[in-house]
Design a protein around this ligand. Structure first.
Ligand SMILES: NC(=O)c1ccc[n+]([C@@H]2O[C@H](COP(=O)([O-])OP(=O)(O)OC[C@H]3O[C@@H](n4cnc5c(N)ncnc54)[C@H](O)[C@@H]3O)[C@@H](O)[C@H]2O)c1
Length: 390
């Protein structure tokens, strides 16, 4: 029990305590007044020692079954790579435990569908780690864009040159997602087909297909994709209502610049989410043209104090200069955008306690995953692929 308000504390078992668990889930659970880091499960004893000694896990073990069987454990946070998903989800669902699982939901389409059945049958609370849905910048942008798509206020200065015929696609939204990544930063398992058979076309793409589905609030019907191999992908998604989303991933890029730019247009408006640091709008009455968001783990609070993209770039330049001077590339990391990892766990607790809605459940995640599999097939077969084929 939380001594301050008498509410139940949720006891988490983190299964797979590697990079994302160490950087996000474990510290976020430890910091939360509503969660307890009960058990850490990993195959690597050195990782488990860190979980116990640095993070204060109450228990550590190497078998996920033991953690799930423990009657003290309320919630499973599954953060292994996609090599291990269905066996853990099946076991936890049978035990009635709530499940937070990292993206991608599964390694294959068949496993994705089996997981969906298991979750539906058991009815356990479920959350897939498409954490961008919980980023403060994304939440504001989604609210502003959806409101404008539902109830557009006429823009008083929009230039209508002359009387034009009505077009059926007038107002139809469009999304562009640009990803600047640097593959030199990847782990070797990313290139191992037994671990991640579809590479970033699956494990990165589902973040972006999920965002497009969420913002457009429409049914994806067709996908066309090309790729150079594993490093560059271009994907176009068509929606039932006519909207288009284009996703461009370039992995020969640089960490010295913002990774993610989302641009939305519709009903005479423009909205950009730049690296989850800044939301910019035009043509939406009553909404600020620029909103900036706090960064996390800022080692350079005296630099780039204006915040937003320009503030972040100034901090980044200072950090990269330190990395060069001290021959330590790890020093390039400084203020990061809030991508919503901590908020995702908090909103999952709300969902489990019946205090909030489902945020990213199995059905929306399966849809985002099916779009990614349509893109994989399209790139392989050099043709547009209908979602109904997947
Ligand atoms: N949402 C995000 O922002 C985000 C960011 C990075 C990674 N991810 C996803 O998180 C997942 C993990 O990525 P990572 O970079 O942390 O990988 P990682 O390789 O660093 O960590 C995986 C951990 O799982 C452990 N493990 C393997 N088999 C296990 C088993 N049977 N039982 C218990 N532990 C086991 C490994 O020992 C390792 O410590 C991937 O699916 C990745 O796509 C998500």
């Amino acid at each position: 029990m939380n001594p301050q308000n008498g509410t139940k504390l949720l006891r988490f078992a983190v299964i797979g305590c590697g990079a994302v668990a160490q950087a996000q889930h474990i510290p976020n659970i430890v910091r939360s007044p509503r969660m307890v880091l009960h058990t850490c499960v990993d195959l690597d004893e050195a990782v488990l020692a860190k979980c116990r000694e640095v993070s204060g896990a109450l228990h550590v073990r190497t078998d996920f079954q033991g953690a799930i069987d423990d009657s003290e454990v309320d919630v499973i946070c599954l953060a292994t790579t996609e090599k291990l998903r269905l066996p853990v989800i099946e076991y936890a669902a049978k035990a009635g435990k709530a499940i937070y699982v990292e993206k991608p939901l599964a390694k294959t389409l068949q496993e994705t569908i089996e997981i969906q059945k298991v979750v539906h049958t058991s009815g356990v609370p479920f959350f897939v780690g498409h954490n961008r849905r919980c980023s403060p910048a994304m939440l504001d942008a989604h609210r502003i864009f959806r409101e404008h798509m539902k109830n557009p206020k006429p823009c008083p200065w929009r230039w209508r040159r002359e009387v034009l015929p009505a077009l059926p696609e007038d107002g139809t939204p469009s999304v562009s997602v640009r990803i600047n990544d640097d593959w030199y930063s990847w782990k070797a398992w990313v290139l191992d087909k037994s671990h991640a058979p579809h590479g970033p076309m699956l494990f990165e793409m589902t973040h972006f297909t999920d965002i497009c589905n969420w913002f457009l609030d429409d049914e994806p019907v067709e996908v066309f994709a090309m790729e150079t191999g594993i490093l560059n992908q271009a994907v176009i998604i068509r929606y039932r209502g006519g909207a288009l989303a284009t996703i461009s991933i370039g992995s020969n890029g640089s960490f010295g610049y913002c990774k993610e730019l989302y641009e939305f247009t519709g009903n005479g408006a423009y909205l950009a989410v730049d690296h989850m640091l800044e939301v910019r709008t035009a043509g939406i009455e009553g909404v600020p043209s620029t909103i900036t968001y706090p960064m996390v783990q800022d080692r350079h609070p005296q630099i780039g104090t204006e915040g937003g993209v320009s503030g972040w770039l100034a901090k980044k330049r200072a950090a990269c200069d330190e990395a060069t001077a001290r021959h330590d590339p790890a020093l390039q990391f400084t203020a990061e955008p809030d991508k919503g990892h901590a908020c995702a766990l908090e909103r999952f607790v709300d969902q489990i306690l019946g205090q909030g809605p489902e945020v990213c459940g199995v059905d929306s995640s399966v849809l985002a995953t099916r779009v990614a599999f349509a893109a994989i097939r399209s790139a392989q077969e050099h043709r547009p692929v209908a979602l109904s084929e997947i």
